[in-house]
Write a protein of this length. Structure first.
Length: 134
């Protein structure tokens, strides 16, 4: 199945609707993060509106809104009513892109395994404790 595509200023989103694909909101989230990490989107770049991107992708506005909320929670973007959703100016520490990528992979695995948020976070906390030698 060919992926659904949407484009905005500097942003191209391809949705895979095949079996085993991540949820559409997760794909939008991950592709925006990748575009920021790769420098395709830079601080101040405006993302498409929730409705506009939803229409382009053929998904509900709630799907795109969920992706944007997750991006806000990760400090990748900021939303202001008049300015829209824009890429934040973040001085990313070294390794930040790799850590976000690993976190996204962990989230996909946790969802695939049927874990709820608290169970997934508990696993991450345990792994962090081991990595820090605690």
């Amino acid at each position: 199945m060919a992926p659904d595509r949407a484009a905005g200023p500097g942003l191209r989103v391809d949705l895979d609707r095949g079996p085993g694909a991540a949820a559409p909101w997760q794909q939008v989230h991950d592709q925006v993060v990748a575009a920021v990490d790769d420098g395709v989107l830079t601080p101040g770049d405006r993302l498409p509106t929730v409705r506009g991107l939803a229409e382009q992708l053929g998904v509900s506005a709630g799907t795109v809104a969920r992706a944007y909320r997750a991006l806000e929670a990760s400090d990748v973007v900021a939303t202001a009513s008049r300015a829209g959703t824009v890429v934040r100016d973040r001085a990313a520490p070294r390794g930040d892109a790799a850590a976000r990528s690993a976190a996204a992979a962990l989230a996909r695995e946790a969802v695939a395994a049927g874990l709820d948020d608290e169970a997934a976070l508990s696993l991450l906390r345990g792994a962090l404790a081991v990595a820090r030698g605690r």
